[in-house]
Design a protein around this ligand. Structure first.
Ligand code: CU
Length: 127
């Protein structure tokens, strides 16, 4: 009987700690994103759709130091609408086709993007 309490205790602890980190992660990425604004229309527009249970295209090439906006078209559903690029601290849900993620890649490289659960994924190449 004592074991059951231990397991329950650890279970609750894992949920609390996990929830805390999730919240921290989200609020951090939202504040990063909101600090970037570019209404000049001068951005690299990327629209992703869905094919074979993955993003299409799943390799996207953009230029460094220029703002990027990522949109998801109407073929993208469910958890695929929560878009993440972990290396860039991006984690955002895009409920409609007019929602977007905007950021300016500051360094060249290959960055993996994925849906919130990692089922759909691809590479963002900054060059
Ligand atoms: Cu997913």
């Amino acid at each position: 009987m004592k074991n059951a309490y231990w397991i329950l205790g650890i279970f609750i602890l894992v949920i609390l700690v996990g929830g805390f980190f999730y919240y921290e992660y989200q609020s951090q990425s939202y504040s990063d994103l909101s600090s970037i604004s570019d209404d000049s229309g001068n951005f690299q527009k990327v629209v992703l759709s869905m094919k074979n249970y993955n993003y299409y295209p799943n390799t996207v090439t953009v230029k460094v130091d220029q703002p990027v906006r990522i949109y998801l078209d109407s073929s993208v559903g469910g958890c695929y609408r929560t878009f993440t690029i972990k290396q860039l601290n991006i984690y955002k849900s895009l409920p409609t086709t007019s929602d977007y993620i905007e950021f300016t890649p500051a360094q060249k490289g290959t960055f993996r993007f994925a849906c919130s659960m990692g089922m759909g994924y691809g590479n963002l190449i900054v060059e």
